[in-house]
Design a protein around this ligand. Structure first.
Ligand code: ADP
Ligand code: MG
Length: 359
């Protein structure tokens, strides 16, 4: 059946695949690599309504469509156990998945949890992790229905899959934005990134002077946004109650700039953001100045806010205008207009995945 028969297998010295005759993954980047690898796959099944390329896949087994997503967190890459308490980590690992389900305008229902752990972790440590997972399940009315447990040579890897459902006419993709649509966001941006910068700074201080306990009581909002994000399920419920159907939606995991570019690319449109309308919490603004950072740069490039970025038809303007904690930050335009930031100073700058480009 295939040229991949077991008899053809041989033992190779696999690091050869990393030699200089091969392409460095950094040349493609994360999204380039996903595109490259997935381009070899075509969808074979009519029950796959959406495969790779959105916040979650959409599967139709003849009934309510099933929405499915998966995300992996790796110690040392996505979290540092020096400042991520295990209970918070468990909670956040669930939330980042539920956020992707919400980004499809769907309701999360089930999760599976897979963990790889080294012998450095005790039963009590795993109980803490799972307590965070349990609290998230309770808060979002989700059931834990399976997973996998294995050992790792070093550190922890946590992989969660979430399943949800949506009414077939209400599923919202990244690809539905049209010129003239209003661009909205469900909450303030940049705070989670600044929270991480504070935790990183305090870690360095602690490592240099272990007797000093950090004074973080004035930074609670920012650290909370980093350590205990929420999925925007209330917004999804509000949309349904008020008969509001966004034309496109994505959750902001990588930063406003990068995630807006995903909507624009998938929808074949341009967009502008009004800098003055981008919601930034007062504490985030102050903290950005303390770090000598531009608050708008933190909002555009920070990531991990897990707010929803969505577009609505102008006829629905009143429905979003009066929606609690929804901010209108810009508009969708024709593709030739590009994706730009209208600064408070009256300038127009192209937005790139890294944020925005100065001339
Ligand atoms: P998000 O930030 O919303 O979690 P990602 O940027 O991680 O989305 O992924 C974008 C799309 O690529 C999703 O449809 C995801 O399922 C898919 N994807 C990511 N990594 C892989 C992979 N290794 N193999 C197949 N599909 C992948
Ligand atoms: Mg997403």
């Amino acid at each position: 059946m295939s040229t991949f028969a077991a008899g053809n297998l041989a033992i190779h010295v696999s690091p050869d695949l990393m030699s200089e005759t091969h392409t460095d993954i950094s040349k493609l980047g994360e999204f380039g690599l996903i595109d490259h690898l997935s381009s070899r796959f075509s969808l074979r099944r009519t029950d796959t309504l959406k495969g790779i390329g959105d916040d979650a896949a959409v599967l139709d087994y003849g009934g309510t469509p099933v929405i499915m997503t998966t995300d992996m967190l790796v110690e040392g890459i996505h979290f540092d156990l020096m400042y991520h308490p295990l209970r918070h980590l468990g909670y956040k690992a669930v939330i980042v998945n539920l956020s992707d389900i919400c980004a499809m305008n769907a309701i999360p229902r089930h999760i599976t949890v897979s963990v790889a752990i080294s012998n450095r972790f005790s039963v009590e440590a795993m109980e803490e992790l799972y307590e965070g997972i349990r609290i998230a399940c309770e808060a979002y009315d989700v059931d834990l229905v399976g997973g996998d447990t294995t050992s790792s040579p070093k550190g922890m890897v946590l992989s969660i899959t979430a399943l949800g459902t949506a009414h077939p006419d209400r599923i919202t993709y990244r690809s539905g934005a049209r010129p003239g649509d209003i661009l909205c966001v469900t909450g303030d941006l940049g705070a989670a990134y600044l929270g991480l910068q504070i935790l990183e700074r305090e870690k360095q201080v602690f490592l240099a002077t272990p007797d000093m306990q950090p004074e973080l009581s004035t930074k609670k909002y920012l650290i909370g946004r980093q350590l205990k994000p929420e999925a925007q399920l209330d917004a999804i419920r509000y949309f349904e109650r008020n008969g509001l159907l966004p034309t496109a939606m994505i959750d902001i995991s990588d930063g406003l700039a990068s995630d807006l570019l995903h909507i624009c690319k998938k929808s074949g449109v341009g967009a502008f953001i009004e800098e003055a309308q981008v919601p930034i919490h007062d504490e985030a603004r102050l903290q950005a100045f303390e770090f000598n950072l531009d608050p708008i740069t933190c909002a555009l490039s920070g990531g991990e806010d897990y707010e929803l970025l969505f577009t609505v038809d102008p006829k629905d303007l009143d429905k979003v205008r009066f929606m609690e904690s929804v901010y209108i930050i810009g508009e969708i335009t024709a593709p030739e207009d590009g994706v730009t930031l209208h600064t408070s100073g009256g300038q127009i700058h192209p937005i790139t995945a890294q944020g925005w480009v100065h001339f």
